[in-house]
Design a protein around this ligand. Structure first.
Ligand code: COA
Length: 165
């Protein structure tokens, strides 16, 4: 995909690419702690171990990064389908790259992968206060299906889903 002069490319990472995931994930946790259930403090110092980063690739089958104009600009993951549903997780676009279609390209990459895996639905949980993320998902056809059990009273989350059929 090309928007203006800046090309968006998606790279599906494998376990041996864990360093690329680590760099972006640490940047995401530092920049947008309001968006994720993991905290930066869990992934620095003693939590910052090669084996731990590698183990993500064994438990989460789809991990992709996006580059914008050749520079790493965003990331997303997706779970293996369960009862036909794959969950989109770990979405982040670097602030300098926002508003260029990177989030949309990552959503499309998850859809293509999940459909190939036999999923019929994509779902996600998003903090109810995360207006930019909710707007992105609504623009890409996700529907708000109500409050998610993964939220709390102080940090409510909503569940959104989209059919892949
Ligand atoms: C949600 C997110 C992925 C959207 O990034 P994106 O797809 O590049 O952004 P969009 O294309 O939807 O941006 C639309 C507009 O909103 C702006 N925008 C997007 N996210 C913004 C943010 N967090 N703060 C301020 N402005 C933002 C963009 O700059 C753009 O502005 P423009 O129309 O003037 O160019 C990104 O904001 C982000 O990574 N947020 C932090 C992590 C997060 O919330 N993840 C989701 C967890 S469920």
């Amino acid at each position: 995909m090309v928007r203006g002069a800046q090309e968006i490319r998606i790279k599906h990472l494998q376990e041996e690419d864990w360093r690329e995931w680590r760099l972006l994930r640490l940047a995401a946790l530092a920049e947008a702690p309001y968006a994720f259930s993991s905290g930066l403090e869990d992934w620095v110092g003693p939590g910052d171990r090669e084996e731990r980063w590698r183990s993500r690739f064994r438990s989460i089958p789809f991990n992709a990064i996006a580059t914008l104009g050749g520079t790493p600009a965003g990331m997303v993951g997706a779970t293996a389908p369960s009862n036909g549903e794959s969950e989109l997780i770990s979405m982040w676009v670097a602030p300098r790259a926002r508003g260029n279609g990177v989030g949309g390209a990552l959503i499309t990459a998850v859809a293509d992968w999940a459909r190939n895996q036999g999923a019929t639905t994509r779902a996600l949980d998003v903090r109810a206060a995360n207006a930019h993320a909710i707007a992105l998902y609504l623009r890409h056809g996700f529907l708000d299906t109500g409050r998610s059990p993964s939220g709390t009273d102080t940090l409510p989350e909503i569940r959104m889903s989209k059919s892949l059929l």
